[in-house]
Design a binder for this molecule. Structure first.
Ligand code: C2E
Ligand code: MG
Ligand code: MG
Length: 300
């Protein structure tokens, strides 16, 4: 609101931008007024944006890997690529603190491509080490899906890294699949025809209906951590997790539990036939070298 939040267009837009981040941080679908004294925060946000540009090129970004485990055998059946930012002054910055900004500013487009290449290259390296091949999962932002040439970029990354498409899985959120539904449906079909696997991340946490599961070529759902958290203490969460597992199985879709932190959760999943899981209890995300040692130690 002029002149309360700024005397000129630039500062008004900055303030509005900051309020928007605040609203998104509170779970989206609501509004916030820019707070007084927000200027400090605005400057900080712009500072962060400046340092985020080119961070990968400056070698500040790293990809960590978290195993996905078959809980019956303990075998590592996949790895998820998770981005980490080693900021020169701030230290380690986690994705929740910069991915939204990267999406807003479009930086996610080159950054996402960089992650995709790193992950494909790493998976190829593991195969060259003679380890049993598995899929590498890469998170893809909605912003990336809206690019006309996203499928071509995926093909180019696979070619460049000499990785077969069957060893790549893309993780998308419900919201990003349902935005521009028709275009994204076309894109997903294209990706499937190339041989890439499609997974729905944070399943059950968005506002999506269920019909899209039949319509879209989806291979796997990842049950959101919030349901797994409540498995032990909360009967409703148990019922919902059980229903998600049953639904996925009935539809012939794979299911992975996210954020498994203890043995009780693991037992529940085992008893209800959700046999793939990811979580701190099984393994934390780790740098590539540590992931390589872990894979070698498990005699893959
Ligand atoms: P996500 O894709 O759902 O990834 C799972 C997140 O849960 C990761 O957080 C992981 O470290 C964390 N996690 C795994 N197991 C456990 C557990 O047992 N307990 C707890 N408390 N947490 C667990 P991280 O690495 O901080 O990433 C957060 C989110 O940032 C990701 O959620 C994903 O949405 C996004 N993200 C990360 N890397 C990328 C990327 O390269 N591109 C895009 N577009 N998004 C990314
Ligand atoms: Mg993910
Ligand atoms: Mg998730």
């Amino acid at each position: 609101i002029y002149p309360h939040h700024g005397a000129d267009a630039e500062s008004l837009i900055k303030a509005a931008d900051l309020a928007m981040y605040d609203a998104k941080g509170r779970g989206r679908n609501n509004y916030r007024l820019s707070s007084r004294g927000a200027n400090v925060a605005v400057d900080e946000l712009f500072e962060l944006e400046k340092s985020l540009r080119g961070a990968a090129e400056r070698g500040e970004m790293a990809v960590h890997y978290q195993p996905q485990v078959d809980i019956t055998s303990g075998r590592i059946v996949g790895m998820e690529a998770l981005l980490r930012w080693q900021h020169p002054e701030r230290g380690l910055v986690m994705p929740d603190q910069f991915i939204p900004l990267a999406e807003e500013t479009g930086i996610i487009i080159p950054l996402g491509e960089w992650v995709l290449r790193q992950a494909c290259q790493q998976n190829r390296r593991w195969q060259q080490h003679g380890l049993a091949p598995f899929r590498i999962s890469v998170n893809v932002s909605g912003r990336q899906l809206l690019q006309q040439d996203f499928a071509e970029k995926v093909v180019a990354a696979l070619d460049e890294c000499e990785l077969d498409a069957q060893w790549l899985k893309l993780e998308l959120t419900e919201t990003s699949v349902l935005q521009n539904a028709e275009e994204v449906l076309g894109l997903l079909r294209q990706l499937k025809s190339i041989g890439v696997d499609i997974s729905i991340d944070d399943f059950g946490s968005g506002y999506a209906g269920l019909a899209y599961l039949k319509r879209y070529p989806i291979d796997t759902i990842k049950i959101d951590k919030s349901f797994i958290d409540g498995l032990v203490g909360n009967a409703d969460n148990r019922a919902m997790a059980q229903a998600m597992i049953a639904m996925a199985q009935a539809l012939g879709i794979g299911v992975v539990a996210e954020g498994v932190e203890n043995t009780d959760q693991l037992t529940f999943l085992y008893e209800h036939q959700c046999l793939k899981a990811q979580g701190f209890y099984l393994a934390r995300p780790m740098p590539a070298e540590a992931a390589t040692s872990l894979l070698q130690a498990r005699c893959h």
